[in-house]
Design a protein around this ligand. Structure first.
Ligand SMILES: Cc1ncc(COP(=O)(O)O)c(C=O)c1O
Length: 403
């Protein structure tokens, strides 16, 4: 319905102040704009979203269909079905070396993003500070802001040493520090944190008594043999760490919305109340499919990893062949994060003008916090053809800038 501008303003004035001040998700916005342009008939290469182009494995889809046919279409226990909680606990114990009681210390939610939102609501008071290692994924800061907390940033990149990280962290911690989020492998840089770097955070968390949320959603996507280490497994950290994970990236299940959080019961128990009052439970048949994904063969995931690795190598080489662009080789996740400052454009100008001129959608680095300016993020969860076409168009765009 058409509203007058006055009606619009009046309605907006009735919305909550804390939401009005919030920016929408930069990645979702770029993705939406790219889809709009595509619908208008433009030829678009969308490298903005973190959504695997691979279909979900057939055995998982089959399990969901079977579940629906069996009539498993009602509310489940809020925390999750016992078989899935057990499968997650088994995975965490065998792959990550951390033990959780399925019936007390894990909650299944509709996506890891929802679990992050619930965790922020459960842990953060207005005035609390949350530490992010920047550049950092776009949704952490808004989730803290919605809980009334402030985000403070510790700059971090592939070259950050243990000493530098320790010094920067010490300079950032305050009596208000409540929580730090560690994300390994990192979105957007692809950095895989070493045990030594994680130990710096673990030492600080214990000395200054803050909590850690460990976002491990990309743990499977590591390409050069580094181990994935969960900070929850470091000495003295289980007691103050929550692990955030899900099936979106590891099993190409973004649209299914299946994530989970694991941690000590006093923290998880508070989150469960929010979960009960907001989502009730994750979708019933999706939970049964998730059991099949976790307990079934993992060769499909292995195959995806090998495809991502080949794409990464090609994309990084293509980007580094463009004058004015430098791209470090990401160690994990499925993003390239090239430095584009040599082109003379800000990350926002670069992303905007690239989309308008060449129809290539990338995410401006500034969306990932202070350390992101001068960079753009490209997702290589995309077909080889799209990636090669994207690189060709980016080269033409940069060539035209120079001319
Ligand atoms: C770092 C990071 N954490 C969490 C998520 C959320 O994943 P989902 O809500 O699909 O489980 C994403 C999705 O892009 C992500 O990049």
């Amino acid at each position: 319905m058409a509203l007058t501008s006055q009606q619009r303003e009046a309605l907006r004035g009735k919305t909550a102040q804390r939401v009005r001040g919030l920016a929408g998700s930069a990645t979702v916005q770029v993705m939406d704009k790219a889809r709009r342009l595509q619908a208008e008939g433009r030829s678009i290469v969308d490298l903005s979203g973190g959504d695997p182009d691979f279909p979900t494995a057939p055995n998982v889809t089959e399990a969901a269909i079977q579940s629906l046919r069996n009539g498993f279409t009602h509310y489940t226990p809020s925390r999750g079905i016992p078989a899935l909680l057990k499968a997650i606990a088994h995975k965490l114990a065998t792959e990550n070396g951390v033990t959780y009681e399925p019936a007390k210390e894990i909650i299944v939610m509709p996506g890891a993003k929802q679990a992050l939102f619930v965790a922020a609501q459960a842990l953060l008071n207005p005035g609390d500070e949350m530490i992010l290692f920047s550049p950092a994924w776009v949704s952490y800061e808004p989730c803290a802001a919605l809980a009334g907390a402030t985000t403070v940033y510790v700059p971090m990149n592939m070259d950050t040493t243990v000493e530098t990280l320790r010094a920067r962290l010490a300079a950032t911690i305050s009596p208000r520090t409540k929580l730090a989020i560690v994300n390994t492998p990192n979105n957007p840089t692809g950095q895989v944190w070493s045990r030594e770097l994680l130990q710096v955070v673990a030492d600080a968390a214990q000395t200054h008594d803050f909590l850690v949320l460990s976002d491990e959603i990309y743990e499977k996507l590591i390409y050069d043999g580094q181990p994935h280490i969960s900070i929850a497994g470091l000495d003295g950290m289980w007691e103050r760490t929550m692990i955030l994970n899900g099936l979106s990236k590891s099993h190409a299940m973004t649209g299914w919305r299946l994530g989970y959080i694991a941690g000590p019961e006093p923290l998880i128990g508070e989150m469960l109340k929010i979960h009960q009052h907001s989502s009730t439970c994750a979708a019933s048949f999706v939970q049964e499919a998730a059991v099949a994904a976790l307990n079934g063969p993992q060769d499909y995931t292995d195959w995806m990893i090998s495809r991502y690795k080949a794409r990464r190598d090609r994309l990084v080489a293509d980007l580094n062949a463009i004058p004015g662009i430098h791209c470090d080789r990401p160690q994990g996740a499925f993003y390239a994060f090239p430095n584009i400052s040599g082109t003379g454009l800000s990350s926002l100008e670069f992303a905007d003008r690239l989309l308008d001129a060449e129809g290539v959608a990338v995410t401006p680095g500034e969306a990932f916090g202070p350390g992101g300016e001068g960079y753009v993020r490209l997702s290589y969860a995309n077909s080889d053809e799209m990636l090669q076409e994207g690189a060709r168009r980016i080269k033409r765009f940069v060539d035209n800038l120079r001319d």
